[in-house]
Design a protein around this ligand. Sequence first.
Ligand SMILES: C[S@@+](CC[C@H](N)C(=O)[O-])C[C@H]1O[C@@H](n2cnc3c(N)ncnc32)[C@H](O)[C@@H]1O
Length: 234
Amino acid sequence: MAASRRSLQQVREIITSAHEDCTPAQKLQFYDRWAQEYEEDVSVLEYNAPRLVAAVLASRCISNRESKLVLDVACGTGLVAQELLRCGFRLFHGLDGSARMLEMAETKKLYQELKQCMLGQGPLPSTSDFYDVVIIVGALSDGQVPVSVIHELLRVTKPGGLLCLTTRSNTSNLQYKAELEHELAALQSSGLCDCITIQNIEKWEKATSEQEVQGESDYISGVIYLYKKMETIS
Ligand SMILES: C[S@@+](CC[C@H](N)C(=O)[O-])C[C@H]1O[C@@H](n2cnc3c(N)ncnc32)[C@H](O)[C@@H]1O
C-alpha cells in the first residue's frame, strides 16, 4: 500500500460521512467516489483485516490452495485476493456493488471474473454449490450489506467448502453483530454449516470516531468467522 496523503482525522471525516443515514445506492456512490483513495486511506486506519483473514483461511485450508476457486464478495479494490495470493491461492472471482471499486480491482489482474451486483437484494449472480471458498471482508456491518446475504453466500459455496465472514465489534455495530451470530447459529442448528473457528481480533482497525473508542484503546475490535458448508446427505 502506498503512503497516504491524508491524516487520520481526514480519513475519519470521510468515513463518518459514509455512515450518515443513506440508501444502499448512495452508499455505493460513496464507494465509487472513494475508490481511488481507498487503499491509501485504510492504511492510515491500520486496516489489517484482509491479511488477518487470509492467514486464518490458509491455516485451515492446507492443501491444493492453488486449485481452490474463491469468491471474494464485496471485493472492493482487491485487497483480500492480494493477501490470499501471498498464501498460495490463485483462482478468484469477485463481486461488488461499486463500479469504481471493481475498476480498481481489475487493475490488479488477479481476478478471472469480476461482476457488479447489489448485495442483499436477491440472489447472487453465481451458480449454487460452486465455490470452494466464499469470503466477505469488511462489508458485513451496520449500514452496509444486510445479514440476510449469508443465505446466498452459503448457497453458492460447495458442500464441504468454506465460508469466511468478518464483522466489527464497535458499539454501533453490536446489534448487527448479534443478528449475524443469531443467523449463523440458526444455519448451524439446521445442519447446513458447521463452525470451524471464531477469532476475536483486538486491533481490527483504528477507531473512526470518538464514540467508537473502546476503553483505553484507539482501536476497534473485530471478528473472523470460519464455517464449513455441510455435505448433502443423499
Ligand atoms: C470496506 S470495503 C471492503 C472491501 C474489501 N473487501 C476489503 O476488505 O478491502 C466494503 C465494500 O463493500 C461494497 N459494498 C457495500 N455495501 C454493498 C452492497 N449493499 N452491495 C454491494 N457491495 C457493497 C463496497 O462497494 C465496498 O467495495
